[in-house]
Design a protein around this ligand. Structure first.
Ligand code: BGP
Length: 478
């Protein structure tokens, strides 16, 4: 079924600051924790660090021109906290603040709606050094300070605001997304306490956005992977129910209903993982939910689980670091679920199962459960691309992936879901969170490798021309 998308449907793409900007220490920007984390990834695996990435800071005009050529009507990007407030709070950095004014002006001049993420993994190092980032409740007030600063600064230019990117990923991979001590890593409660602070910070930022920005549309971008049961064994089905509650609804319920999911709270208590809640906290989370207008859905893959092996201890999912396919280590959550491969799905070289139906599934679940609009804030195919001698890049795998997922969105819309727009990952090639530059997602090829920064020249991939036609026909020609 090919369906025409609603009028005004936003077509664009997404990026995040530390993954595309580069200029990590330029014009007054100070380090973010991602600058440090990616240096460590470089030293361990040889992948590029975050110092140059796609050099978007210097190529932004060209990048926006390419977006305009594809016909974008939206562009999701994040503001680098450490670029606008190098010390995390206090004095702003005028050059950093100006960069985002310039970028937004460039977008607006081409009729592209900016969708801004406040925080996409890159906490200023100043806050990490001062009190350990999400380790301290102080971060809640500092996040609000930063949010109010950028809201006031860009209030006349930006209507769509996302507070936090992929909170559940930050919680589940707390040591990969944050610089934390060994002691905190081995403190099992740490990640849930940090999650609580994120909920408070999100609520404060959402409330501030509604207060400061006229007509603000506020949300957060969540990783939304549906968890399927491995079999019709009721124990597997119960495990899938538990996984969906634990990995998805625990976050959505806090944002959208302003409540903590009862079964997850009981589970955390049983496991000795319960976090501290101070008087007034739950009220703040509730008030934040009243300012939640849409959910940002980041969808790459579904997951499959079975009943947990008794006595098994926690095991995080491990990303495929080699890019050579094969089995990726699956996740175990003690006494709740155990991840397993789904034999019905093909996977990418980086072991991501490809499942467009899963996108329809999660969109319809979200709508039936919460009845709020969604915006696709990420979706995409990460793989190896080859730049041909004539400057072309043939990426039929990416086209196939995106086409199937856009069709799934069409089916969800036909089933009553309000989808505001589609912002796949990513506008141009950029730094992967775990596989450097080698794993590419962009419509635009950036000519550099993990070892050689070259000039970061831009080339249009086949998917560029294909997406341009999709947008021109509002999703009719897929
Ligand atoms: C999401 C993140 C992005 C992005 C994407 C692809 O989880 O929000 O920042 O990188 O995943 O993942 P990766 O880069 O690991 O392939």
């Amino acid at each position: 079924m090919v369906r025409e998308f609603p009028e005004g449907f936003m077509w664009g793409a997404a990026t995040s600051a530390y993954q595309c900007e580069g200029a990590a220490l330029e014009d007054g920007k100070r380090e973010s924790q991602q600058d440090v984390i990616n240096r460590e990834i470089h030293d361990e695996y040889g992948y590029a660090d975050a110092s140059v990435t796609a050099d978007h800071y210097h190529h932004y005009k060209e990048d926006v021109a390419l977006m305009a050529e594809m016909g974008f009507t939206s562009y999701r990007f994040s503001i680098s906290w450490a670029r606008v407030l190098p010390d995390g709070t206090g004095e702003p950095n005028p050059a950093g603040v100006r960069f985002y004014h310039d970028l937004i002006a460039e977008l607006r001049s081409h009729g592209i709606e900016p969708v801004v993420t406040m925080w996409h993994y890159d906490l200023p190092m100043a806050l990490v050094e001062r009190y350990g980032g999400w380790r301290s409740r102080q971060i809640v007030d500092d996040f609000e300070y930063y949010a109010r600063f950028i809201l006031n600064e860009y209030k006349d230019e930006v209507r769509y605001w996302l507070t936090i990117n992929e909170q559940s990923i930050v919680v589940n991979y707390i040591d990969r997304k944050n610089l934390i001590s060994k002691a905190d890593y081995f403190n099992p409660r740490f990640r849930y306490q940090a999650n609580h602070y994120m909920n408070l910070a999100h609520a404060k930022a959402a409330i501030a956005a509604h207060e400061i920005v006229e007509g603000a549309q506020v949300g957060a971008a969540l990783d939304c992977a549906p968890y399927y049961p491995a079999s019709s064994d009721p124990a597997d089905i119960l495990a899938a129910r538990g996984a969906n509650a634990f990995k998805n609804y625990f976050y959505m319920d806090a944002y959208i209903k302003g409540e903590y999911t009862p079964s997850v709270m009981r589970y955390l208590e049983r496991q000795g993982l319960m976090f501290d809640i101070e008087p007034g906290d739950l009220d703040l989370i509730k008030r934040g939910s009243e300012c939640f207008d849409f959910l940002g859905v980041n969808y790459y893959q579904s997951a499959c689980v079975k009943a947990p092996t008794p006595g098994a201890s926690r095991r995080p999912k491990d990303n495929n670091k080699t890019g050579k396919g094969g089995h990726a280590v699956s996740e175990i959550q003690p006494d709740l679920f155990e991840g397993t491969d789904n034999p019905h799905l093909e996977s990418t070289d980086f072991s991501m199962p490809i499942d467009p139906n899963g996108l329809e599934f999660i969109l319809e679940e979200i709508n039936d459960r919460y009845g709020i609009p969604v915006m696709i804030c990420e979706n995409g195919f990460g793989g190896y691309d080859t730049l041909e001698k004539d400057g072309s890049v043939h990426d039929p795998y990416r086209i196939e992936y995106l086409r199937a997922h856009i069709k799934a969105i069409g089916r969800a819309i036909a089933n009553g879901v309000t989808v505001l727009g589609y912002n796949p990952w990513s506008a141009m090639d950029l730094l992967s969170t775990s596989n450097g530059i080698a794993k590419r997602y962009g419509f635009v090829y950036v000519d550099r490798t993990d070892d050689d920064e070259r000039e970061c020249k831009r080339y249009r991939k086949d998917s560029f021309w294909w997406y341009r036609n999709v947008i021109a026909t509002n999703g009719k020609n897929l």
